[in-house]
Design a protein. Structure first.
Length: 236
C-alpha cells in the first residue's frame, strides 16, 4: 500500500505539474491525503515556483484550513522555501501572515531561520509581527543570528526587532546566541547597532563569557575591545 508521501498527487504538486494535478483530481485523487508529517499536496505546492498547481488545489480546498502535524500552514511552507509568489497567492486567499505553528513559530520565524531574505522582507511588508516569539521565546532575530544570516538580521533590525529581547528558555539575546557560536559577522552587526554587552543569561554568562568558554577567540577579542563601561569584567 502506498503511503501518502508516495501518492502521485503529492509528487505532481511538488513538481508543479499542473496538468497532472488536474488530471489526478478529476480522477478521484484524495486532495486531503497526507504524508508522514501530515503534509498535503497543498503544502508541497506552496514550496515552489510557479504556483499553477497551488492555484488548482486551492479551488478545491481552502488553503487556510490546512496544517501539517506540526501545525504549519501552507504559508509556513512557502516561507521556509522562499517562494514569494506562493506566499503572495496564499495571503490573497485568506492566509494568516502571523499564524503560529504548534511550537509558536510564525512564517516570519521560519523564513528567518532558513535565511530567505526576500521572503522576510515580503512578510514584513505584509505586516508580519517582527517580535513574534515561539514557545521558547525565540524570535526571528534570535534564529537569524544563530544561523548567521547577516542580511536577514539587518532587515529585522531595520523593521524594529528589539535588539536585546531575551529568550524565555535561556534568557539570551541575539548577541549571546551569536557570540556563543562564533558568528562574528552577526556579532559585529549587533554591536554596531548598540547591543548591550553587560546582559547575563539565566546561567549568569555575558556574550563575552560564552565566546570565551566556547573557544571563539576572534569573537571574544572583538567583545573585549569595547569600552569598559559596556564590557564589565567577569563576575561583576
Amino acid at each position: 500500500m502506498l503511503t501518502a508521501s508516495e501518492t502521485p498527487l503529492i509528487d505532481a504538486a511538488s513538481a508543479d505539474q499542473a496538468d497532472m494535478v488536474n488530471f489526478l483530481l478529476d480522477n478521484g485523487a484524495d486532495i486531503a491525503g497526507r504524508d508522514q508529517i501530515g503534509a498535503t499536496a497543498i503544502h508541497y505546492a506552496s514550496s515552489g515556483n510557479p504556483t499553477r498547481s497551488l492555484e488548482i488545489l486551492q479551488k478545491r480546498m481552502p488553503l487556510k484550513a490546512l496544517r501539517d502535524t506540526n501545525g504549519r500552514t501552507a504559508l509556513h511552507w512557502a516561507a521556509r522555501s522562499g517562494s514569494v509568489d506562493a506566499a503572495r497567492f496564499i495571503l490573497a486567499n485568506g492566509g494568516d501572515v502571523n499564524a503560529p505553528a504548534n511550537d509558536g513559530s510564525t512564517p516570519l520565524i521560519d523564513a528567518a531561520f532558513a535565511g530567505k531574505l526576500d521572503m522576510v522582507r515580503y512578510l514584513l511588508q505584509r505586516s508580519a509581527t517582527v517580535g513574534a516569539a515561539d514557545r521558547d521565546g525565540w524570535t526571528a532575530l534570535h534564529y537569524a543570528s544563530r544561523q548567521e544570516h547577516t542580511e536577514v538580521v539587518k532587515a529585522l533590525l531595520d523593521a524594529g526587532a528589539k535588539l536585546d529581547s531575551l529568550t524565555a528558555n535561556t534568557g539570551e539575546t541575539a548577541l549571546h546566541i551569536s557570540a556563543a557560536s562564533g558568528k562574528q559577522q552577526v556579532v559585529e552587526l549587533l554591536l554596531g547597532r548598540g547591543a548591550n554587552t553587560s546582559l547575563r543569561n539565566l546561567s549568569g554568562y555575558t556574550a563575552l563569557d560564552l565566546a570565551d568558554r566556547n573557544g571563539w577567540e576572534a569573537t571574544a577579542q572583538l567583545l573585549k575591545t569595547l569600552p569598559p563601561a559596556t564590557n564589565p569584567t567577569k563576575g561583576m
